[in-house]
Design a protein around this ligand. Structure first.
Ligand code: DNO
Length: 399
């Protein structure tokens, strides 16, 4: 697979020069300063592409060209938003960029309750606690009917949390769930929004009455509308699975498991309609056999995220080592290398380790932790390539 890295543009504290040193070949990025729904101008794409190329790398994948909420819930200006999207795809293709990652998650992109959960080795990782999330849902968001969505055991834990959570804890939970994980991925809530919870409630209300079937139909509508452009421009669209892969906050989730993936691939059966195989998101669902899914869908995968989760007996999950957890990255590499040794792949989140915490990186996107994971994955790649007889140069000085 092509070794890529998610880079957040020229303001990223991690520079392209640093990435060059650690064997990165391709960059995964976006025009982060263009508001959702607006057209990505070819000139802006060109400037960023040539900057990346000046470091001897290429702009491999767009992550993400965000699908506006209006397209997801079907607002009156949905068709205008889709036209804008198509124009952005044209402009990307004109600059030679042909792989586009997006998601179809309503309101919240990815969700975690703790962004610095202590690991036994002194580093930290991202963590999802059902009880903390339920506490946010019931006591902070105060969503109508929220209690009905949680089991008696979780409700009991929420009662305990009500006794122990301080206003500072509440604030941190809001930051973790709807602010710090969202803004930098071109999400709806930004770091400087003054009333994030109110804003979030308004966004949730847009989905009142939108069922899982309706959301599926809206996804089908979007994909059917853009496929002619993708065919003409040879753009590979690859949807990111829902993270975590189960319903939250009463919102429908439609890319969570085998059946969902089969549904959207068949609903719009076109090679340009594919999957971002995010092993981390998929492995956070106990219902998913990640290796089985990879075997089944490798041929419709255009982009791979390598990450692995550990699920605790109560269903909480944390992000495991790239050599451990449920995802079995070694076997995944075998599957994807056999399918297409040039498939773009990035290590997804990494531990926050050594001096990462002082550097203020985006949640999950540490430098040393991700570099450590990238080193592990490069070792797996080198081994698997030798196993499979793939003649593929590994990075180094004298290769
Ligand atoms: C989180 C990321 C997601 C992903 C989007 C794709 O770390 O994997 O934010 O980029 O869901 O649209």
């Amino acid at each position: 697979m092509e070794r890529t890295w998610r880079w957040f543009g020229k303001n990223d504290k991690i520079t392209l020069g640093m990435l060059k040193q650690i064997g990165v070949e391709g960059i995964v990025t976006a025009l982060h300063d263009v508001p959702n729904g607006e057209i990505w101008a070819q000139e802006q794409i060109h400037v960023l592409r040539t900057y990346i190329e000046s470091y001897g790398m290429r702009w491999s994948v767009v992550e993400s060209l965000p699908v506006s909420e209006g397209i997801k819930y079907g607002s009156p200006d949905c068709d205008t938003l889709i036209e804008n999207y198509k124009q952005s795809l044209h402009n990307l293709a004109a600059e030679g960029i042909h792989t586009v990652c997006y998601n179809f998650m309503p309101v919240l992109d990815w969700a975690r309750t703790d962004l610095s959960h202590a690991n036994p080795n002194g580093s930290t990782n991202l963590y999802f606690s059902h009880a903390q999330f339920a506490y946010f849902d019931i006591c902070i968001l105060k969503r109508d009917g929220a209690e009905k969505d949680w089991s008696p055991a979780i409700l009991e834990e929420v009662e305990q949390l009500k006794r122990t959570m301080t206003p500072e804890d509440d604030h941190r939970l809001v930051e973790n769930i709807i602010v710090k994980t969202q803004g930098f991925v071109s999400g709806n809530i930004k770091e400087d929004d003054e009333h994030p919870v109110e804003l979030f409630r308004e966004l949730l209300s847009l989905y009142k009455g939108i069922t899982r079937d309706q959301l599926r139909e809206n996804m089908r509508y979007f994909l059917n509308a853009i496929m002619p452009t993708c065919d003409e421009c040879n753009i590979y669209m690859c949807v990111h699975p829902d993270d975590p892969p189960f319903p939250i906050l009463g919102l429908p989730r439609i890319v969570t498991n085998d059946e969902d993936i089969a549904w959207f691939l068949h609903a719009v059966d076109n090679v340009h309609n594919g999957l971002t195989f995010c092993a981390g998101s998929l492995s956070a669902g106990a219902h998913n056999d990640v290796v089985e899914l990879a075997r089944k869908y490798a041929s419709r995968t255009s982009f791979v995220h390598l990450r692995s989760c550990h699920i605790f007996p109560n269903g909480d999950f944390t992000e495991a080592s790239h050599l451990g957890g449920r995802a079995d990255i070694i076997e995944l590499v075998r599957i994807f290398e056999r399918t297409n040794p040039r498939l773009p792949m990035r290590v997804d989140h990494g531990m926050t380790m050594l001096n990462d915490a002082e550097r203020g990186y985006n949640a999950g996107y540490s430098f040393l932790g991700r570099m450590f994971a990238m080193g592990q994955v490069q070792g797996i790649l080198a081994t698997v390539d030798r196993e499979l007889g793939i003649d593929y140069k590994q990075p180094g000085f004298f290769d």
